[in-house]
Design a protein around this ligand. Sequence first.
Ligand code: FES
Length: 104
Amino acid sequence: MALLRVVDRDGVEHEVEGRTGLKVMENLRELDYGVAAICGGMCSCATCHVYVDPEWKSRLPAMMSDERELLAELSHYQEGSRLSCQIEFTPELAGLRVRIAPDE
Ligand code: FES
């Protein structure tokens, strides 16, 4: 378990105990204010879209081309956008702060 900081769509910040070894998305979809993750992590739905705080951006695994291409199609794409199903929540990411992106 490790701290995961989540800002919901109303701008309220929550601190939760995230399970390491799972994807960030798998932690977020268990929350009432989390993500839908409709495709289950297949990198095809973008309903797990989050904005990662700038300070954490460089500590995350690099984007693969399929994630980059899907994000580029989103109307709410911006600096810090990531698909949370593509990020494993490792102990090194304890304290990670993400903001849930608006629905497309
Ligand atoms: S859960 Fe569908 S793209 Fe991440």
